[in-house]
Design a protein around this ligand. Sequence first.
Ligand SMILES: [Zn+2]
Length: 79
Amino acid sequence: MLCAVIYIIMIGIQIKNGFLDFAKTDFECPHCKAKYSDADDKYLKRCEKNKSWTTKINCKCGKPFFMTYDYKGDAVSFV
Ligand SMILES: [Zn+2]
């Protein structure tokens, strides 16, 4: 959970720098529609370590969800 908070702060910094303009790494929590971005490939690396190619995310709304990358390389989230 602390990691998620730190990551949200990092996202805020990246948005200010305009890093998100070219990335197709945006996804949102299926529960509360909170916006996430994987612009630094943090979740991509977590997916690569996982045999199922998905990674579980504990959203700040308190509900977990999963994300992965589809065949186009776009980030997708699901419950
Ligand atoms: Zn949420």
